[in-house]
Design a protein around this ligand. Structure first.
Ligand code: PEP
Ligand code: MN
Length: 358
């Protein structure tokens, strides 16, 4: 690790730095004519992730020039393979690609069941559906709340798909974790560190969506809040960032998907639905995400989009989802990966994935 000292750093500042560094197992060397650059080498083994914060906040330190020898937990250090996360029959990362599908929001139970059965038959391995909805307007449908969680629990048990659902409030983490295998932290909460801490402590998989104005680095550091609490089950999700053009709801940041696949060992998935904001662009954006290296997709599906209580314009039909799954299976086969589907998935995606297995 390389530190730059402020020109005003005094001899006693340097002595304090030496003491602090040695206490934490680092040997400091003062470089350059004025000794304003300090190299810290860890005496035993690799530097601990997060050690840079010991030094960067000191009043006489101007900045950390290079922390490349102090990897963070999300970082892909040289030669490190993908982390593969399995949830039920789904697997994300390495050679595995999986699909998460379901309505934007949990509505009535019959509707949820109908959608869940359809997406499972076409190749989805996880069921999505929001019980707590982060709506921009307080006057829009806010979700079915705890009652919605109960519906998710019953439908999940009946269909055999584990649930991905959003948690908005640390006080709901326990209730959400009781029905969901994957806790979604939505774009609006990416940097809600109290919520991340609570979600991490549940021990469940955390699906962390990129904030609509967040940089890739900020997303990785948000993931670090979960990893640093000992929960290594984090999936990152690109869902589009704010742009100026209203023809799409957001701008799917394909470059960042490709970048993240290099920068981190964690699985990275794509939500083409919130990126597009319109059903007719969900398939092409799904293809773009997978081509950039994404380990999965999360797609909003509704059996009657015109009646959907939220995000109807971007919901695709079960038939379109079946087509998307078939395309995804074929596409990922091109780069030696395979779409993981439930064993008895009926659709051609299931068959294509089955074919890829043999
Ligand atoms: C969602 O997935 O339902 C959602 C609200 O997404 P985002 O947080 O990406 O807007
Ligand atoms: Mn939605």
């Amino acid at each position: 690790m390389l530190l730059r000292l402020r020109p005003s750093a005094t001899t006693s500042d340097r002595e304090a730095l030496q003491r602090l560094a040695r206490e934490h197992g680092y040997e400091p060397s003062f470089l350059g004519e004025q000794g304003l650059v300090v190299e810290l080498v860890r005496r035993s083994g690799v530097p601990e992730p997060g050690d840079r914060v010991l030094f960067e906040d000191l009043s006489f330190v101007g900045g950390v020039l290079d922390s490349s020898d102090a990897p963070e937990r999300a970082e892909r250090t040289r030669g490190r393979a993908d982390t593969i996360l399995r949830v039920g029959e789904a697997a994300f990362g390495g050679p595995y690609v999986a699909l998460i599908a379901g309505p934007c929001a949990v509505e009535d139970e019959g509707r949820l069941l109908e959608i869940a059965l359809a997406v499972r038959a076409s190749g989805a391995t996880l069921l999505r559906g929001g019980a707590f909805k982060p709506r921009t307007s307080p006057y829009s449908f806010q979700g079915a709340g705890r009652e919605g969680l109960e519906r998710l629990g019953r439908v999940s048990a009946e269909v055999g798909l584990p649930v991905v659902t959003e948690v908005l409030d640390p006080r709901d983490v326990e209730a959400v974790a009781a029905v969901a295998e994957v806790l979604q932290i939505g774009a609006r909460n990416m940097s809600n560190f109290a919520l991340l801490a609570e979600a991490a402590q549940s021990g469940k998989t955390v699906l962390l969506k990129r904030g609509m104005m967040a940089t890739a680095r900020e997303l990785l550091l948000a993931a670090e809040h979960v990893l640093a609490r000992g929960n290594e089950r984090v999936i990152l999700c690109e869902r589009g960032v704010r742009g100026f053009d209203k023809v799409t709801r957001n701008v799917l940041d394909v470059g960042t998907i490709a970048y993240l696949k290099r920068a981190t060992h964690l699985p990275v998935i794509v939500d083409p639905s919130h990126a597009a904001g319109r059903a007719d662009l969900v398939l092409p954006l799904s293809k773009a995400g997978l081509a950039a290296g994404a380990d999965g997709l999360m797609v909003e599906v509704h059996s009657n989009p015109a009646e959907a209580r939220s995000d109807g314009a971007q919901a695709i039909s079960p038939a379109d989802f079946a087509e998307l799954a078939t395309t995804a299976a074929a596409l990922v086969r091109l780069d030696g990966r395979r779409l993981v589907t439930c064993k008895e998935a009926l659709g051609t995606a299931g068959k294509a994935a089955e074919g890829a297995r043999s």
